[in-house]
Design a protein around this ligand. Structure first.
Ligand SMILES: [Zn+2]
Length: 271
């Protein structure tokens, strides 16, 4: 579509062809949209930023009330955990659910590392699995918390970290309307099929999303939204519980006495 086309008033081709109706396309950010049938086109050369911002905004309005209330730095004290928590929170608000879930894994892994460092000193490296093992062997957390962390590793962290769609969607059924066209496909046939599915005349078949690669990525979008909200609230509760149980001020004091703060090796200015 050429630039300046929006002023020339486009008529929706679909509405014209199917219903012989002249519906003017309306410009919305970088798109032309038919207000009747929602057919849309991108306008070449226009910035998508305003459209993105509108999506982020609408999404945040919806999600904000479905997840636990925001935390401030003072609620968590530990800045390393706070900034990772913010990564989980802000990505879920703007609708990047997959990113939010992956960040929850990073947050929990880091929470374990902070606990290990607090009690044992040094700087524990290694991934989620080795962290969990260390926590268990050294008895640094309660059994029920270790069970949660292990569940999260197997059910969430591993499949999401490796974008294993088949594993993530195991057992998820998606409604599909398999339609066969006799002869050539035309816009009229397609419109009739859409009408029949919308009216309920054609019933959907429930198919396992994990087994059909063509559906997986699309099905995962809707699935991740629901999953991310549930998981965010679970991880949030775990985080607040852990803050009270495993990051006590007296443990920090003891840590600093035993291992130092790292600042004692810095040459200080004398004032
Ligand atoms: Zn239209």
């Amino acid at each position: 579509m050429a630039k300046g086309m929006d002023e020339a008033k486009e008529i929706c081709g679909r509405c014209k062809q199917i219903n012989n109706e002249e519906v003017f396309m309306v410009e919305k950010h970088d798109m032309l949209v038919c207000p009747k049938c929602q057919t849309s086109f991108f306008i070449k050369g226009k910035s998508p930023l305003e459209r993105y911002k509108e999506n982020w905004n609408n999404n945040a309005d919806e999600i904000f009330v479905l997840v636990r209330p925001e935390l401030s730095q003072g609620d968590l004290v530990n800045p390393r955990l706070f900034f990772l928590y913010e990564d989980c929170y802000h990505t879920i608000l703007i609708g990047r659910y997959n990113a939010s879930i992956i960040m929850m894994g990073v947050l929990l892994e880091t929470l374990m590392k902070e606990r290990i460092n607090l009690k044992l000193g040094g700087y524990f490296e290694g991934e989620y699995g080795p962290c969990l093992k260390k926590i268990k062997v050294e008895r640094l957390m309660d059994a029920e918390d270790i069970v949660f962390l292990r569940w999260f590793k197997n059910e969430v962290r591993n499949p999401y970290q490796h974008a294993n769609e088949a594993e993530i969607l195991q057992g998820v059924l998606v409604p599909v309307w398999p339609i066969q066209f006799e002869g050539e496909i035309s816009l009229e046939k397609l419109s009739k099929a859409i009408k029949d599915t919308k009216s309920g005349r054609l019933k959907p078949k429930l198919l396992p999303a994990a087994e059909i690669p063509a559906f997986r990525s699309i099905a995962k979008q809707a699935y991740d939204r629901k999953r991310a909200i549930e998981l965010f609230n679970q991880v949030y509760d775990f985080l607040l519980g852990a803050k009270i149980k495993y990051f006590k001020q007296e443990e920090y004091d003891e840590h600093n006495k035993k291992f130092g703060t790292g600042l004692e090796n810095v040459e200080h200015y004398k004032v």
